[in-house]
Design a protein around this ligand. Structure first.
Ligand code: NAD
Ligand code: DAU
Length: 332
Protein backbone atom coordinates (compact mmCIF):
# COMPACT_ATOMS: atom_id res chain seq x y z
CA UNK A 1 0.00 0.00 0.00
CA UNK A 2 1.56 3.33 -1.12
CA UNK A 3 1.58 6.08 1.52
CA UNK A 4 0.66 9.61 0.41
CA UNK A 5 1.17 12.69 2.57
CA UNK A 6 -1.34 15.30 1.37
CA UNK A 7 -0.78 18.83 2.68
CA UNK A 8 -3.82 21.11 2.75
CA UNK A 9 -6.13 18.11 2.50
CA UNK A 10 -8.90 19.82 4.49
CA UNK A 11 -9.18 22.58 1.88
CA UNK A 12 -11.28 22.68 -1.28
CA UNK A 13 -9.10 20.90 -3.84
CA UNK A 14 -7.02 18.89 -1.36
CA UNK A 15 -10.12 17.27 0.15
CA UNK A 16 -11.43 16.47 -3.33
CA UNK A 17 -8.09 14.76 -4.06
CA UNK A 18 -8.23 12.74 -0.82
CA UNK A 19 -11.71 11.44 -1.70
CA UNK A 20 -10.58 10.74 -5.26
CA UNK A 21 -7.52 8.76 -4.15
CA UNK A 22 -9.43 6.68 -1.60
CA UNK A 23 -12.10 5.88 -4.19
CA UNK A 24 -9.76 5.09 -7.08
CA UNK A 25 -6.60 3.52 -5.58
CA UNK A 26 -5.44 1.32 -2.69
CA UNK A 27 -3.21 4.12 -1.32
CA UNK A 28 -3.13 5.24 2.30
CA UNK A 29 -3.51 9.00 2.84
CA UNK A 30 -2.19 11.13 5.70
CA UNK A 31 -3.43 14.72 5.62
CA UNK A 32 -1.33 17.48 7.18
CA UNK A 33 -3.43 20.62 7.57
CA UNK A 34 -3.28 23.64 9.88
CA UNK A 35 -7.07 24.11 9.72
CA UNK A 36 -6.90 27.81 8.95
CA UNK A 37 -10.18 29.62 8.23
CA UNK A 38 -10.09 27.76 4.86
CA UNK A 39 -9.72 24.24 6.25
CA UNK A 40 -12.82 22.26 7.17
CA UNK A 41 -12.72 18.78 8.69
CA UNK A 42 -16.31 18.23 7.59
CA UNK A 43 -14.98 17.96 4.03
CA UNK A 44 -13.23 14.74 5.10
CA UNK A 45 -16.16 13.16 6.94
CA UNK A 46 -16.78 9.44 6.57
CA UNK A 47 -13.36 8.31 5.31
CA UNK A 48 -12.11 4.78 6.10
CA UNK A 49 -9.91 5.12 9.25
CA UNK A 50 -7.75 2.20 8.07
CA UNK A 51 -6.70 4.16 4.99
CA UNK A 52 -6.83 7.74 6.27
CA UNK A 53 -5.06 9.69 9.05
CA UNK A 54 -5.46 13.36 9.89
CA UNK A 55 -2.66 15.44 11.45
CA UNK A 56 -3.31 19.02 12.49
CA UNK A 57 -0.19 21.12 11.99
CA UNK A 58 1.72 23.73 10.03
CA UNK A 59 3.77 22.87 6.93
CA UNK A 60 6.35 25.38 8.19
CA UNK A 61 6.90 23.31 11.36
CA UNK A 62 10.17 21.59 10.38
CA UNK A 63 10.21 19.02 13.20
CA UNK A 64 6.66 17.86 12.50
CA UNK A 65 7.16 17.86 8.74
CA UNK A 66 10.41 15.88 8.93
CA UNK A 67 8.79 12.86 10.59
CA UNK A 68 5.72 12.87 8.36
CA UNK A 69 7.72 13.18 5.15
CA UNK A 70 10.13 10.43 6.22
CA UNK A 71 7.18 8.10 6.65
CA UNK A 72 5.65 8.88 3.21
CA UNK A 73 6.24 7.45 -0.27
CA UNK A 74 4.89 10.57 -2.00
CA UNK A 75 4.18 14.11 -0.77
CA UNK A 76 1.35 15.89 -2.58
CA UNK A 77 1.56 19.56 -1.65
CA UNK A 78 -1.73 21.50 -1.79
CA UNK A 79 -1.48 23.59 1.40
CA UNK A 80 -1.42 27.31 0.67
CA UNK A 81 -2.99 30.62 1.41
CA UNK A 82 -5.09 30.63 -1.75
CA UNK A 83 -7.24 33.77 -2.02
CA UNK A 84 -6.06 36.76 -4.08
CA UNK A 85 -8.31 39.26 -2.27
CA UNK A 86 -6.89 38.27 1.12
CA UNK A 87 -3.35 38.59 -0.22
CA UNK A 88 -4.05 42.21 -1.17
CA UNK A 89 -5.08 43.09 2.40
CA UNK A 90 -2.68 40.94 4.45
CA UNK A 91 0.17 39.42 2.41
CA UNK A 92 2.29 38.08 5.30
CA UNK A 93 0.59 34.66 5.76
CA UNK A 94 1.11 34.07 2.02
CA UNK A 95 4.87 34.36 2.44
CA UNK A 96 4.89 32.22 5.58
CA UNK A 97 2.88 29.35 4.12
CA UNK A 98 3.47 29.47 0.38
CA UNK A 99 7.20 30.24 0.51
CA UNK A 100 8.54 29.10 3.91
CA UNK A 101 6.07 26.21 4.13
CA UNK A 102 7.07 24.91 0.69
CA UNK A 103 10.75 25.35 1.55
CA UNK A 104 10.25 23.33 4.75
CA UNK A 105 8.58 20.48 2.85
CA UNK A 106 11.14 20.24 0.05
CA UNK A 107 14.00 20.27 2.54
CA UNK A 108 12.43 17.24 4.25
CA UNK A 109 11.71 15.55 0.90
CA UNK A 110 15.33 16.05 -0.18
CA UNK A 111 16.70 14.74 3.13
CA UNK A 112 14.60 11.56 2.96
CA UNK A 113 14.61 11.26 -0.87
CA UNK A 114 10.82 11.24 -1.07
CA UNK A 115 8.89 11.82 -4.33
CA UNK A 116 7.26 15.28 -4.27
CA UNK A 117 4.39 16.73 -6.29
CA UNK A 118 3.84 20.49 -6.06
CA UNK A 119 0.38 21.92 -6.78
CA UNK A 120 0.42 25.33 -8.39
CA UNK A 121 -1.65 27.73 -10.40
CA UNK A 122 -1.90 29.22 -13.89
CA UNK A 123 -1.72 32.65 -12.21
CA UNK A 124 2.09 32.40 -12.13
CA UNK A 125 1.97 33.31 -15.84
CA UNK A 126 0.18 36.63 -15.31
CA UNK A 127 -2.74 37.35 -17.65
CA UNK A 128 -3.70 37.38 -21.34
CA UNK A 129 -5.58 39.91 -23.47
CA UNK A 130 -9.20 38.93 -24.18
CA UNK A 131 -8.45 38.51 -27.91
CA UNK A 132 -5.04 36.85 -27.56
CA UNK A 133 -5.08 33.68 -29.71
CA UNK A 134 -2.34 32.16 -27.53
CA UNK A 135 -2.96 30.31 -24.26
CA UNK A 136 -0.52 29.57 -21.41
CA UNK A 137 1.88 26.68 -22.06
CA UNK A 138 4.72 25.20 -20.02
CA UNK A 139 7.04 27.61 -21.91
CA UNK A 140 5.18 30.84 -20.98
CA UNK A 141 7.44 33.14 -18.90
CA UNK A 142 6.46 33.74 -15.28
CA UNK A 143 4.82 37.15 -14.71
CA UNK A 144 2.65 37.02 -11.55
CA UNK A 145 0.49 40.00 -10.58
CA UNK A 146 -0.70 39.62 -6.97
CA UNK A 147 0.95 38.82 -3.64
CA UNK A 148 -0.77 35.41 -3.84
CA UNK A 149 0.42 34.55 -7.34
CA UNK A 150 3.93 35.88 -6.73
CA UNK A 151 4.32 33.62 -3.68
CA UNK A 152 3.05 30.65 -5.72
CA UNK A 153 5.55 31.56 -8.47
CA UNK A 154 8.29 31.74 -5.82
CA UNK A 155 7.33 28.31 -4.49
CA UNK A 156 7.42 26.81 -8.01
CA UNK A 157 10.90 28.23 -8.53
CA UNK A 158 12.08 26.77 -5.22
CA UNK A 159 10.88 23.33 -6.31
CA UNK A 160 12.59 23.69 -9.72
CA UNK A 161 15.85 24.73 -8.02
CA UNK A 162 15.69 21.78 -5.61
CA UNK A 163 15.24 19.43 -8.59
CA UNK A 164 18.22 20.84 -10.42
CA UNK A 165 20.59 21.49 -7.51
CA UNK A 166 19.73 18.61 -5.17
CA UNK A 167 18.10 16.00 -7.40
CA UNK A 168 14.71 16.33 -5.66
CA UNK A 169 12.32 13.86 -7.32
CA UNK A 170 9.60 16.40 -8.00
CA UNK A 171 6.95 17.33 -10.54
CA UNK A 172 4.82 20.50 -10.70
CA UNK A 173 1.31 21.09 -12.02
CA UNK A 174 -0.19 24.52 -12.76
CA UNK A 175 -3.96 24.36 -12.95
CA UNK A 176 -6.68 26.82 -13.93
CA UNK A 177 -9.69 27.87 -11.79
CA UNK A 178 -11.40 24.96 -10.05
CA UNK A 179 -15.09 24.70 -9.21
CA UNK A 180 -17.18 22.07 -7.45
CA UNK A 181 -18.40 21.12 -3.94
CA UNK A 182 -16.54 22.10 -0.72
CA UNK A 183 -15.14 25.41 -2.05
CA UNK A 184 -14.99 28.20 0.54
CA UNK A 185 -17.69 30.88 0.18
CA UNK A 186 -15.06 33.60 -0.24
CA UNK A 187 -14.41 32.34 -3.79
CA UNK A 188 -16.35 33.63 -6.81
CA UNK A 189 -18.72 30.77 -7.70
CA UNK A 190 -19.68 29.69 -4.13
CA UNK A 191 -20.00 33.33 -3.07
CA UNK A 192 -22.53 34.07 -5.79
CA UNK A 193 -24.49 30.81 -5.31
CA UNK A 194 -24.75 31.35 -1.55
CA UNK A 195 -25.58 35.03 -2.03
CA UNK A 196 -28.63 34.05 -4.06
CA UNK A 197 -29.52 31.32 -1.54
CA UNK A 198 -29.39 33.87 1.32
CA UNK A 199 -31.35 36.56 -0.53
CA UNK A 200 -28.30 38.69 -1.45
CA UNK A 201 -27.47 39.82 -4.98
CA UNK A 202 -24.32 38.41 -6.67
CA UNK A 203 -21.37 40.85 -6.77
CA UNK A 204 -19.37 41.28 -9.96
CA UNK A 205 -15.99 43.00 -9.76
CA UNK A 206 -15.77 45.83 -12.32
CA UNK A 207 -17.45 45.18 -15.66
CA UNK A 208 -17.37 41.38 -15.23
CA UNK A 209 -15.42 40.85 -18.45
CA UNK A 210 -12.52 39.00 -16.81
CA UNK A 211 -12.19 35.46 -18.12
CA UNK A 212 -11.33 32.36 -16.09
CA UNK A 213 -10.72 28.87 -17.51
CA UNK A 214 -12.96 26.67 -15.33
CA UNK A 215 -12.19 23.03 -14.53
CA UNK A 216 -14.10 20.71 -12.20
CA UNK A 217 -12.06 19.80 -9.09
CA UNK A 218 -12.48 16.05 -9.88
CA UNK A 219 -10.68 16.57 -13.18
CA UNK A 220 -7.86 18.37 -11.36
CA UNK A 221 -7.59 15.38 -8.98
CA UNK A 222 -7.43 12.86 -11.83
CA UNK A 223 -4.72 14.99 -13.48
CA UNK A 224 -2.62 15.09 -10.31
CA UNK A 225 -2.90 11.33 -9.80
CA UNK A 226 -1.90 10.80 -13.44
CA UNK A 227 1.19 12.99 -12.97
CA UNK A 228 2.17 11.21 -9.76
CA UNK A 229 1.84 7.84 -11.50
CA UNK A 230 3.26 8.65 -14.94
CA UNK A 231 4.87 12.11 -14.86
CA UNK A 232 8.53 12.62 -15.61
CA UNK A 233 10.69 13.90 -12.74
CA UNK A 234 11.58 17.58 -13.14
CA UNK A 235 8.69 18.28 -15.51
CA UNK A 236 5.87 20.82 -15.24
CA UNK A 237 2.38 19.99 -16.54
CA UNK A 238 -0.40 22.51 -17.19
CA UNK A 239 -3.89 21.34 -16.22
CA UNK A 240 -7.00 22.79 -17.88
CA UNK A 241 -10.25 21.63 -19.47
CA UNK A 242 -11.01 24.31 -22.12
CA UNK A 243 -13.56 26.03 -19.86
CA UNK A 244 -13.14 29.73 -20.64
CA UNK A 245 -16.06 31.92 -19.49
CA UNK A 246 -16.25 35.53 -18.42
CA UNK A 247 -17.50 36.34 -14.93
CA UNK A 248 -20.70 37.93 -16.21
CA UNK A 249 -21.61 34.72 -18.08
CA UNK A 250 -21.00 32.65 -14.94
CA UNK A 251 -23.15 34.89 -12.72
CA UNK A 252 -25.95 34.83 -15.29
CA UNK A 253 -25.84 31.03 -15.42
CA UNK A 254 -25.99 30.80 -11.61
CA UNK A 255 -28.99 33.14 -11.50
CA UNK A 256 -30.80 31.22 -14.24
CA UNK A 257 -30.08 27.88 -12.52
CA UNK A 258 -31.61 29.24 -9.30
CA UNK A 259 -34.69 30.59 -11.12
CA UNK A 260 -33.76 34.31 -10.82
CA UNK A 261 -33.68 37.01 -13.52
CA UNK A 262 -30.26 36.85 -15.17
CA UNK A 263 -29.59 40.56 -14.53
CA UNK A 264 -30.23 40.44 -10.74
CA UNK A 265 -26.63 41.19 -9.77
CA UNK A 266 -24.57 44.25 -8.68
CA UNK A 267 -21.32 45.64 -10.04
CA UNK A 268 -18.88 46.44 -7.21
CA UNK A 269 -15.38 47.94 -6.90
CA UNK A 270 -12.86 46.07 -9.02
CA UNK A 271 -9.96 44.04 -7.56
CA UNK A 272 -6.68 46.06 -7.72
CA UNK A 273 -4.38 44.62 -10.40
CA UNK A 274 -7.20 42.26 -11.49
CA UNK A 275 -5.87 39.73 -14.03
CA UNK A 276 -7.92 39.95 -17.22
CA UNK A 277 -7.83 36.45 -18.64
CA UNK A 278 -6.36 33.03 -17.92
CA UNK A 279 -6.38 30.22 -20.50
CA UNK A 280 -4.55 26.90 -20.40
CA UNK A 281 -3.19 24.76 -23.20
CA UNK A 282 -2.99 21.29 -21.60
CA UNK A 283 -1.72 19.48 -24.72
CA UNK A 284 1.41 18.17 -22.95
CA UNK A 285 -0.56 16.45 -20.17
CA UNK A 286 -3.05 15.01 -22.64
CA UNK A 287 -0.61 13.76 -25.26
CA UNK A 288 2.34 12.67 -23.08
CA UNK A 289 0.40 11.18 -20.13
CA UNK A 290 -2.98 10.41 -21.77
CA UNK A 291 -5.07 12.49 -19.33
CA UNK A 292 -8.64 13.31 -20.41
CA UNK A 293 -11.03 15.53 -18.38
CA UNK A 294 -14.47 14.03 -17.67
CA UNK A 295 -16.43 17.24 -16.98
CA UNK A 296 -16.46 18.81 -20.45
CA UNK A 297 -19.89 20.47 -20.00
CA UNK A 298 -19.46 23.50 -17.70
CA UNK A 299 -23.22 24.21 -17.53
CA UNK A 300 -24.06 20.79 -16.11
CA UNK A 301 -21.02 20.80 -13.77
CA UNK A 302 -22.13 24.20 -12.50
CA UNK A 303 -25.73 23.02 -12.07
CA UNK A 304 -24.59 20.10 -9.88
CA UNK A 305 -22.38 22.47 -7.88
CA UNK A 306 -25.35 24.79 -7.33
CA UNK A 307 -27.39 21.77 -6.18
CA UNK A 308 -24.62 20.76 -3.75
CA UNK A 309 -24.62 24.19 -2.07
CA UNK A 310 -28.43 24.16 -1.93
CA UNK A 311 -28.33 20.76 -0.21
CA UNK A 312 -25.35 21.40 2.12
CA UNK A 313 -26.14 24.60 3.92
CA UNK A 314 -24.69 23.14 7.16
CA UNK A 315 -21.28 23.00 5.50
CA UNK A 316 -21.10 26.65 4.33
CA UNK A 317 -23.51 28.63 6.54
CA UNK A 318 -21.09 29.03 9.51
CA UNK A 319 -18.60 30.96 7.30
CA UNK A 320 -21.02 33.05 5.27
CA UNK A 321 -21.78 36.07 7.49
CA UNK A 322 -18.14 36.64 8.47
CA UNK A 323 -16.98 36.36 4.86
CA UNK A 324 -19.57 38.85 3.61
CA UNK A 325 -18.79 41.27 6.45
CA UNK A 326 -15.15 41.31 5.30
CA UNK A 327 -16.16 41.99 1.69
CA UNK A 328 -18.51 44.76 2.78
CA UNK A 329 -15.65 46.57 4.56
CA UNK A 330 -13.80 46.53 1.22
CA UNK A 331 -16.80 47.84 -0.74
CA UNK A 332 -17.08 44.51 -2.53
P1 NAD B 1 -8.05 26.34 0.15
O1 NAD B 1 -7.76 27.71 0.66
O2 NAD B 1 -9.45 25.89 -0.02
O3 NAD B 1 -7.32 25.26 1.10
C1 NAD B 1 -6.04 25.44 1.60
C2 NAD B 1 -5.82 24.43 2.74
O4 NAD B 1 -4.47 24.57 3.20
C3 NAD B 1 -6.74 24.65 3.94
O5 NAD B 1 -7.26 23.41 4.39
C4 NAD B 1 -5.82 25.27 4.99
O6 NAD B 1 -6.20 24.96 6.33
C5 NAD B 1 -4.48 24.62 4.62
N1 NAD B 1 -3.33 25.41 5.07
C6 NAD B 1 -3.12 26.73 4.87
N2 NAD B 1 -1.96 27.11 5.44
C7 NAD B 1 -1.41 25.99 5.97
C8 NAD B 1 -0.19 25.72 6.67
N3 NAD B 1 0.69 26.70 6.93
N4 NAD B 1 0.06 24.46 7.05
C9 NAD B 1 -0.83 23.46 6.80
N5 NAD B 1 -2.00 23.65 6.16
C10 NAD B 1 -2.28 24.90 5.75
O7 NAD B 1 -7.23 26.23 -1.20
P2 NAD B 1 -7.59 25.46 -2.56
O8 NAD B 1 -8.41 26.33 -3.41
O9 NAD B 1 -8.06 24.09 -2.24
O10 NAD B 1 -6.14 25.38 -3.22
C11 NAD B 1 -5.26 24.30 -2.90
C12 NAD B 1 -4.00 24.43 -3.73
O11 NAD B 1 -4.31 24.43 -5.11
C13 NAD B 1 -3.21 25.71 -3.47
O12 NAD B 1 -1.84 25.40 -3.51
C14 NAD B 1 -3.60 26.60 -4.64
O13 NAD B 1 -2.58 27.52 -4.93
C15 NAD B 1 -3.75 25.58 -5.74
N6 NAD B 1 -4.66 25.94 -6.83
C16 NAD B 1 -5.94 26.34 -6.56
C17 NAD B 1 -6.81 26.60 -7.63
C18 NAD B 1 -8.25 27.02 -7.38
O14 NAD B 1 -8.95 27.31 -8.33
N7 NAD B 1 -8.74 27.04 -6.15
C19 NAD B 1 -6.35 26.46 -8.95
C20 NAD B 1 -5.03 26.07 -9.18
C21 NAD B 1 -4.20 25.79 -8.12
O1 DAU C 1 -6.45 30.45 -11.70
C1 DAU C 1 -6.29 29.67 -10.55
C2 DAU C 1 -6.63 30.48 -9.32
O2 DAU C 1 -8.04 30.60 -9.30
C3 DAU C 1 -6.12 29.85 -8.03
O3 DAU C 1 -4.72 29.87 -8.05
C4 DAU C 1 -6.62 30.61 -6.81
O4 DAU C 1 -6.23 29.93 -5.63
C5 DAU C 1 -8.13 30.68 -6.87
O5 DAU C 1 -8.63 31.45 -5.79
C6 DAU C 1 -8.57 31.30 -8.19
O6 DAU C 1 -8.16 32.70 -8.26
P1 DAU C 1 -9.14 33.83 -8.84
O7 DAU C 1 -8.71 35.12 -8.28
O8 DAU C 1 -9.29 33.69 -10.32
O9 DAU C 1 -10.54 33.30 -8.17
P2 DAU C 1 -11.74 34.05 -7.42
O10 DAU C 1 -12.75 33.00 -7.13
O11 DAU C 1 -11.27 34.90 -6.30
O12 DAU C 1 -12.29 35.02 -8.56
C7 DAU C 1 -12.65 34.54 -9.84
C8 DAU C 1 -13.02 35.75 -10.70
O13 DAU C 1 -14.22 36.34 -10.19
C9 DAU C 1 -11.99 36.86 -10.68
O14 DAU C 1 -11.97 37.47 -11.97
C10 DAU C 1 -12.51 37.85 -9.64
C11 DAU C 1 -14.02 37.72 -9.81
N1 DAU C 1 -14.84 37.94 -8.62
C12 DAU C 1 -14.52 37.32 -7.46
C13 DAU C 1 -15.31 37.44 -6.34
C14 DAU C 1 -14.95 36.77 -5.03
C15 DAU C 1 -16.00 38.71 -8.72
O15 DAU C 1 -16.32 39.27 -9.79
N2 DAU C 1 -16.80 38.83 -7.62
C16 DAU C 1 -16.50 38.24 -6.44
O16 DAU C 1 -17.27 38.39 -5.46
Amino acid sequence: MRKLLVTGGAGFIGSNFVHYVLENTDDHVTVLDKLTYAGNLASLDGLDPERFTFVKGDIADAALVDGLVEDADVVVHYAAESHNDNSLHDPRPFLDTNIIGTFTLIEAARKHDVRFHHISTDEVYGDLELDDPERFTEQTPYNPSSPYSSTKAGSDLLVRAWVRSFGLRATISNCSNNYGPYQHVEKFIPRQITNVLTGERPKLYGAGENVRDWIHANDHSSAVLTIIDKGEIGETYLVGADGEKNNKQVVELILETLGQPSDAYDHVIDRPGHDLRYAIDSTKLRTQLGWVPQYSDFESGLASTVAWYRDNENWWKPQKAETEAKYQLQGQ
